[in-house]
Write a protein that binds this ligand. Structure first.
Ligand code: PEP
Length: 269
């Protein structure tokens, strides 16, 4: 089973182009709270010709203007977060309907920074996913264990809980994407100057656990759910990671902030 997913061979297609879910590999840039509007518009101008599946999770306030420049382009927009509520007196929140109006077709949910700094729970994350699905926005459910949990060998338990609670009451999983992002591999959580991603063996092992859990939840329907890897993906390691058939794409933080490095990543898929 593991060997089957280590290989990237898929008929005569170039290595790594298609993931285990069958679709093309996808790249999601997570810009977090970085760049200016001017920089972001310049950025998309430079990558606009890509034929690859590229999604940019930009700050809320950039989305509308970016959307105008992305009409008829392959690049899609994502929110980095969404309110768990439909509408009302929730100062500072942005609803799924608002994201839809801004032109978002994807939205990150449950990113580790939201879980850690803003204490988001699996239950809230589930409500956010339900809101997004109501408006036809594809949720990217981010999950992963932290270093202490990994050391205590709790990875499987943590991930299974994040999946089961996060996907509670979600009957149609086709629109969902999962991003496995071990907290210890996310560059901003690493104290050392030299940042490292998870090893390919770790990635395959955990993606298999996620696949098995999704299969238990959704039987055959689980096959089409894309499972991405995130955590210090950069131009040096992206090929090796995306060569893994079980990896349907990558969520890229730090390396998506520079046009040169993100372009190098785009070109390698
Ligand atoms: C992230 O925060 O989603 C992420 C993947 O960051 P980085 O690539 O910088 O580790």
């Amino acid at each position: 089973m593991k060997e089957q997913f280590m290989s990237a061979k898929c008929g005569s297609l170039p290595a790594g182009r298609h993931g285990a879910s069958g679709g093309k590999k996808i790249l999601i840039a997570n810009w977090k709270m970085n760049l200016s509007l001017g920089q972001s518009l310049n950025f998309i101008k430079k990558i606009a010709k890509t034929k690859n599946e590229v999604v940019i999770a930009a700050p809320f306030t950039f989305l509308c203007e970016m959307g105008k420049h992305l009409k008829r382009k392959k690049i899609k927009l994502a929110g980095q977060n969404v309110s768990q509520f439909k509408e009302g007196a929730y100062t500072g929140d942005v609803s799924a309907r608002m994201l839809k109006e801004e032109g978002c077709t994807f939205c990150l949910v449950g990113h580790s920074e939201r879980r850690i700094y803003f204490k988001e729970t699996d239950k809230e994350i589930n409500q956010k996913i339900l809101q997004l699905l109501k408006y036809g926005i594809r949720p990217v459910l981010c999950l992963g264990e932290n270093l202490a949990q990994r050391r205590k060998k709790l990875t499987k338990k943590i991930i299974t809980k994040q999946l089961i609670t996060g996907l509670w009451d979600i009957k149609k999983p086709e629109k969902i994407l999962i991003a496995y992002e071990p907290v210890w591999a996310i560059s901003t959580f690493q104290k050392s100057k030299i940042k490292h991603s998870a090893t390919t063996a770790d990635i395959v092992k955990i993606h298999l656990i996620i696949k098995a859990a999704l299969k238990r939840l959704y039987k055959n329907k689980s096959k089409t759910i894309k499972i991405l890897y995130g955590g210090t993906v950069n131009p040096k390691n992206v090929k090796e990671i995306l060569k893994l058939k079980i990896v349907d794409g990558a969520l890229v933080g730090g390396a998506s902030l520079k046009i040169s490095s993100f372009n190098a990543i785009i070109k390698s898929i």
